[in-house]
Ligand binder design. Sequence first.
Ligand code: MD3
Ligand code: FE
Length: 206
Amino acid sequence: MLQLDGLKVYSGYLDEGRQRDLLDLLREIVRQAPLFTPVMPKTGKPFSVRMTNMGSLGWVSDRSGYRYQPCHPQTGTAWPAIPSGILKIWRDVAGYPHDPEACLLNHYRSGARMGLHRDADEEDVDAPVVSISLGCTGLFRIGGLQRKDPTRSFRLASGDVMVMGGASRLCYHGIDRIVPGSSTLLDNDGRINLTLRRVRLPGAPV
Ligand code: MD3
Ligand code: FE
């Protein structure tokens, strides 16, 4: 286990069988809430990553900005609930007494990446973010509280679970690239990352 500044990586947290079970569950989720391609605020430039969500709130990005909302931007229906098997992982590793409202599913195809950014759309920044990786390895990069701070990088492989708590919660981070051929769990060198998040402050009206 790697640990620095509230960041913990549980390498191989999910064995292959549990990775497959989780993937089966996610296929059903994507049938209910299809992947969409978010675009950058203002410019409308599409992300290379496609997304969907589970939970009472889901993260979206469009020309008007980034935000959490209760419904899918294309179907207009509520996001599917976060499956209990996924909530269990949060309860096991988050060390936080409230369940997440949001589970963002990021789907990377070969060549997809996620630029350096901070997760700053949540009110409850005392809660950690929990990430679950499936499929091809992602080259993850993390820096400091300022964009110019030095960064380090490491690999997130299928079945790895990462907890970003404490100071690391507000650090810049991104995915430089996907390592082709590193997993056969998903077709076509795909990678899925789930991020579980608290959005509202505990006790805030729903
Ligand atoms: C570090 N996702 O969805 S997960 C994101 O692999 C996001 O899809 C990446 O960054 C992915 O916002 C990285 C790991 C992760 C998630 C949240 C963090 C790392 C983080 C929040 C703060 C610091
Ligand atoms: Fe992020």
